[in-house]
Design a binder for this molecule. Structure first.
Ligand SMILES: [Zn+2]
Length: 293
């Protein structure tokens, strides 16, 4: 049982753990406290957003949508490993879950199966939404996984909890599948290791400004059928570089025209043969400078 951290204490805990933190709009006073209780807090819940793009994902988690008002979590962990704070207080992320799971989190004992939806999770859990399409294919960059480890550890350290106070949404609410792409057991092992050491301390002086460009999402991101605002933004940049090979578009779905256009960009950079196959790589992506979406 614990009293929720104040905004200042949450921010300090995250920074002391070595995280790059961005304070988004009025996050300090943005919450759903008028709809129900916030606290006592008992744990940390990890989610994936089912979205892509830094700016649009952070805005979505701040605002929510017509059927689910924001904030949709406390912090959004984006692909480059920075944490964007969007809420302080009760947030719409956990929904109704299993009272047996809550009891296990409180006792820091083994988790039972989540087979009931009878308990208000938004009262009891901090929530971190992690930008990922949740299709089992969208990669999880190492920087993002490290940030999840650090963010969860920061909250645990501030409350004196162990890694057993950290669960995935899928371990709380029947029918949920998030987070998908790594196991919560592996993440808890990482958090346990981190909690056994001293915190990293704040990142080096002068907070790095938020990235203006989309980080490289990994080559596996560019697969047939993928839809993402990042792909539209990439296509626009390819057109601007004189590499557009589109009959229609560019649009959000990864198509052969995107591949052909990207191959033209690779050739423009001097790549040839298999290095100009139209599948983005990190070096050519960073030179393209795709703006945040
Ligand atoms: Zn979730």
């Amino acid at each position: 049982m614990a009293t929720p951290l104040t905004a200042d204490k949450l921010l300090k805990a995250l920074r002391d753990e070595g995280l790059r933190v961005v304070e988004h709009r009025s996050w300090r006073t943005h919450n759903r406290n008028h709809k129900g209780a916030w606290g006592p807090v008992n744990g940390v819940m990890i989610h994936h957003t089912v979205s892509s793009g830094t700016r649009s994902s952070v805005e979505l988690c701040y605002n929510g949508h017509s059927t689910l008002p924001g904030p949709l979590c406390h912090g959004v962990i984006v692909k480059d490993g920075s944490v964007h704070l969007v809420g302080n207080g009760r947030a719409n992320h956990a929904g109704l879950g299993d009272d047996d799971v809550l009891r296990a989190v409180i006792n820091e004992s083994a988790l039972p199966a989540d087979n009931e939806a009878n308990t208000d999770g938004n009262r009891h859990f901090y929530g971190f939404e992690c930008v990922n399409l949740g299709d089992g294919k969208d990669p999880w960059p190492a920087a993002q996984l490290l940030a999840i480890e650090k963010a969860a550890a920061a909250v645990c350290r501030a409350h004196g909890w162990t890694q057993r106070s950290v669960i995935g949404h899928k371990e709380w609410q029947p029918g949920k599948i998030d987070p998908r792409g790594f196991t919560m057991d592996s993440m808890r092992a990482r958090i346990a290791g981190r909690l056994g050491r001293r915190p990293d301390g704040p990142p080096p002086a002068g907070p790095k400004p938020p990235a203006r460009y989309e980080p490289f999402p990994g080559a596996a991101f560019f697969a047939t059928g993928r839809r993402s605002a990042v792909i539209t933004a990439m296509g626009k940049r390819l057109v601007a570089e004189g590499c557009g090979r589109y009959q229609v578009g560019p649009g959000p779905e990864w198509t052969e025209a995107d591949r052909t256009s990207y191959a033209a960009w690779q050739r423009k950079l001097g790549y040839s043969g298999g290095d100009a196959d139209g599948i983005p790589g990190k070096a050519s992506w960073e030179k393209l400078k795709v703006p945040n979406v």
